[in-house]
Ligand binder design. Sequence first.
Ligand SMILES: Cc1cc2nc3c(=O)[nH]c(=O)nc-3n(C[C@H](O)[C@H](O)[C@H](O)COP(=O)(O)OP(=O)(O)OC[C@H]3O[C@@H](n4cnc5c(N)ncnc54)[C@H](O)[C@@H]3O)c2cc1C
Length: 591
Amino acid sequence: MTYRAPISDMLLALNHGAGLQAAVRAGHYGDFDADITTAILEEAGKFATDVLAPLNRIGDQNGIKLKDGKVTTAPGWPDAYRRWTEAGWNAVSGPEAFGGQGLPLAINAACTEIWSASNIAFGLCPLLTLSAIEALDAHGSDELKRVYLGKLVSGEWTGTMQLTEPQAGSDVGALRTRAERAADGSYRITGSKTFITYGDHDMTDNIVHFVLARLPDAPAGTKGISLFLIPKFMVNADGSLGARNDIHPSGVEHKLGMHASPTCTMTMGDHGGAIGYLIGEENQGMRCMFTMMNQARLGVGLEGVGIADRAYQQALGFAQERRQGRAIGKQGDGSDPIIVHPDVKRMLMQMRALTAAARTICYATAVALDVATRATDAKVRTEAAARGALLTPIAKAFSTDIGSEVAYLGVQIHGGMGFIEETGAAQHYRDARITAIYEGTNGIQAIDLVTRKLGAQGGASVFALIDELSAIVKQVEVSNDPAFGSTGAKLRDALSALDRTSRWLLERLASSPNEALAGATPYLRLFGATLGGCMLASEALAVRKEGGDAQRYVALARFFAETMSVQAPSLEKTVTDGAESVIGADAVLLG
Ligand SMILES: Cc1cc2nc3c(=O)[nH]c(=O)nc-3n(C[C@H](O)[C@H](O)[C@H](O)COP(=O)(O)OP(=O)(O)OC[C@H]3O[C@@H](n4cnc5c(N)ncnc54)[C@H](O)[C@@H]3O)c2cc1C
């Protein structure tokens, strides 16, 4: 089954739930003309349906091949990539000074959802290139930007992001790849990186690797890491490609999913060391890498949204076709489509509501990150930066967790056929799984949320957000619309649980950090369930206010509040009452 971008849902999420329209009206987006948003998303949807979606299964079945030190992608992949760059999709949010369209991150976020939904393994390549562009633009020298940035923005060359080594995964500070200073001001890099996405491929002439390495005199841990740009092929003074650099794919992984995305072991230094150029300053690599990682974390969250929506569309189509049993109360021979059964309706609604909530959370993150760089008022920028920082781990972890959950339900709705590859439901389930692991596992995101985001300034950014969400709940309450059911009351309870749990965690961060960390993951879920519920309610209110057909949005918000946000108070108990039993788990695990 093919994919159709849900443009009206996306526009509602972007303009209202995520606050793009209000930010544009407040002047935070400068001269950006928001009227072009619909046209961009429609064109993106068309490209995704016509070019990317048909390759999704082909990529899964054919995978990639490593032969004679070169990676070959699946049939049709290089051609699709050529069409992608020719259509300008790579350059959507790239800097205008280097040929980009300079469009807001929020617009690119919606496009990223579309690429991920239609073909997640394809979309991952430009997602990483975009992160590389951000890091080079923010921290690179003028000379490096002159040579590399334009080609990365256009997509003529792609970028990789190389942190992981066998002993250095979540603990990046343990990396051992070495960099030696060379007489000409460049560096020679030796070592090996594992799990490198699109580390090699045949879609472009050159690849620009962004590699973390350690200088001989560097301090231990993350304070001693530097970031280097290492081209696959050296670039001559006239811009033509020169000698092959000493960085090679020495292996590719066989994976649960994402078969079409090459995951490479990269070896540097078999022939004297890969020539690399420092980005930023020596030993400041983590700072530069964070620029890339935050972009990439939002991007991976959007992968979760995309794969969830694809799985939902497929399950909805199947549930309307597959006939089994009769609807309760219906007489006579024959059978009804399974969508008549309450348990199937429940699963479909759960898929749709989780997807819609995660979408808005991701888009809201993008809007905050946009305002943090585009607003003219310094105070507005600072507050938006804090909001973007707070939302990033939630966007990444909540959206990718629900991506897997929704894909799981998609398989379930297909019954036995879900387990059979030919329907495609199984591929979404397999492909979704990695998103909760890479770009910092979801456990690491939850720790980031509790320690660095909640922990900053006594939780100021969390409590400011709770106040804003409370105003939305108030509007639901005063609407007196019976179609909302108990949405207002359920969201009010969820907000109270979020407030209390945040305060409890702040206290434990100071007095018993292990207890705070034990509750980090359920806290992130509690946050997502509350935030998502309030955002869906705000979208329903916006449609009502504009006099549109609000019924289905009110019903969706109500479903989320009454079945998902309602979990917040019990998640509070999991965090607060469960902490001791987690801390005491050694008796069970090691006893
Ligand atoms: C398909 C694929 C593509 C990838 N692409 C790239 C890429 O392009 N570039 C790149 O650099 N890397 C890439 N990675 C690597 C990926 O980012 C890492 O796998 C991920 O960061 C986790 O590291 P790890 O596998 O070493 O797991 P570990 O760090 O060993 O973690 C194992 C478990 O322990 C938990 N854990 C670890 N430390 C802590 C802690 N301090 N507190 C609490 N829990 C903890 C983790 O949450 C996890 O559940 C890719 C991986 C895969 C599989």
